[in-house]
Design a protein around this ligand. Structure first.
Ligand code: PAF
Length: 280
């Protein structure tokens, strides 16, 4: 696995691969790799000839400077975690490779970027959409792998690829969880011992809420947010049922929908989502 830091060096390799007719898979990350990322890497290695993992902590998707400053930066251990896999390149672009002086373009996906995490973190999805567009173009990937824990992000990048005619398929992969149900996230590293014990309650309450929705309980979402507050979560940015196709609010799941949650615990923002198949 080569570590590459400039788009020119990366392009020399991808041009060579393209000339040989090889396919390219990319796994975009901000580092602090965990088993969720590694499941994406495994899928990419199984489905494409060449695999690039990108590692770039993208300042434009953080609405809070403190959150950006605290984001774990662990390049060395990330490279070690990738060593056992069949990866060709770890692309760690220098910041000016992504945002050169005078950079003035923003990719913005209207509508679906404005709810859930987009409403709670203004500008977040413009930052994601802009950096993902650049990473897909710089890596020349045929397939890009994203985890469904960030289901709204999957929707946003799928839409931008479609709208901008990018020749890359977005491949969503299921959320990977700890045995106690907590969705894997780089942010989990910041939970204190007590909060780490409490954190799986989020998933448990979401699973109970899915059943309550199916049973037709009218106050299922309110009951859930009360239970979360009692367990020590707060503030709760959102706890909502939304349709998969356009992220509009769903009052009953009459077409594929998901329950989405973002809640703070011990100063750490946790997000999760669960599919709610449509009622017959
Ligand atoms: O999911 C992430 O880690 C980031 O949002 C991504 C896709 C790497 C863009 O910075």
């Amino acid at each position: 696995m080569k570590i590459i830091r400039t788009k020119t060096d990366l392009r020399s390799l991808t041009t060579l691969w393209r000339d040989r007719g090889e396919s390219i898979g990319v796994v975009p990350t901000m580092g602090a790799l965990h088993a969720g990322h590694l499941s994406l890497v495994k899928a990419a290695a199984a489905e494409t000839d060449r695999v690039i993992v990108t590692l770039f902590v993208n300042p434009r998707q953080f609405d809070n400077p403190d959150d950006l400053a605290k984001y774990p930066r662990t390049e060395e251990s990330d490279a070690e975690k990738l060593a056992p896999f069949d990866i060709d390149v770890l692309y760690v672009p220098d910041p000016d490779q992504i945002y050169p002086d005078g950079f003035a373009t923003t990719v913005s996906v209207a509508g679906i970027s404005e709810v859930l995490c987009g409403a709670a973190r203004p500008g977040h999805f413009d930052g994601v959409a802009t950096v993902v567009t650049k990473l897909l173009l710089q890596t020349d990937a045929d397939r890009a792998y994203f985890g469904e824990k960030d289901f709204q992000q999957v929707q946003v990048v799928s839409r931008l690829v479609r709208d901008l005619d990018l020749a890359c398929e977005i491949v969503p992969r299921p959320t990977v969880r700890e045995t106690d149900g907590l969705a894997l996230s780089s942010r989990n590293l910041r939970l204190g011992e007590q909060a780490r014990q409490t954190a799986p309650i989020l998933h448990r309450i979401m699973a109970q809420t899915v059943l309550a929705i199916w049973r037709g309980e009218r106050h299922a979402l309110d009951t859930a947010t009360t239970a979360l507050r009692e367990a020590g979560f707060g503030p709760i940015d959102y706890f909502e049922l939304r349709h998969d196709d356009d992220l509009s609010l769903a009052h009953r799941p009459d077409r594929p929908a998901r329950l989405y949650a973002a809640a703070w615990l011990d100063g750490v923002r946790l997000i999760d989502n669960l599919a709610v198949p449509p009622l017959a």
